[in-house]
Design a protein around this ligand. Sequence first.
Ligand SMILES: [Zn+2]
Length: 241
Amino acid sequence: MKLIEITKDEIKGKIGLMPLGSIEQHGPHLPIGTDGIIVEWIAQKVEERFRDQLILYPTIYYGCSKEHYGFPFISVGYINMINFLLDIVNSSKNAGISSLIIINGHGGNESALDIIRREVNMSNDKCFKLHIFSIVGRDRDLFPNIIDMHAGSVETSRIYAINRRLVREDKLKEVDDFTIKDGVFKTIPTSEANKYGIINVGGRVEVDEEKGKMSLESAVKDLSDLVRKVLEQVKNCNNNA
Ligand SMILES: [Zn+2]
């Protein structure tokens, strides 16, 4: 079920699934909404499998993207993000959602999500839990000689597998520098690390539809496993209450 399509009587006792992305530069070849597009695609597939037990939230496209200073991004500050997400989590709980899973597609959101998870879960509520399913850093083994830290082989192949028209392959061909300066995401933004904004350690960005599909499908499978686990936890918790 989709949150924006259900009625007030259909929310109680369901698990929520919320995709979280970012609006930020992804090199000259990928869309600015790449992170949200990927997590939304995965979340929709999982919602189809658990239609009666799961409520799919609208994707939150805006994330924390300060590390792209010097390139275009539209972003929320860390403190605002923490408060914004806490409000959504708390009102979900009040609305009757039994537990919430956030599927995150952007590395810059992770520190805020870690704080929120602790804030929510280290309370005396034994049943409602916030789970974070992150696709950041997954599937690096698909491209053994490359570490895709941003807009590289994994992300490009995933987007290609979702909708190949979203990858500007002609623009990617024009990229002639894949070197990366030290300190990216820690002491320098992407604009200082690589002039194209691609952080693909090891060389050229590879575009492989098959590997992109494998990456997406393994995320659907692992997220489905987590949903099953959370459903079980909620059931046990309610039985013991
Ligand atoms: Zn990304």
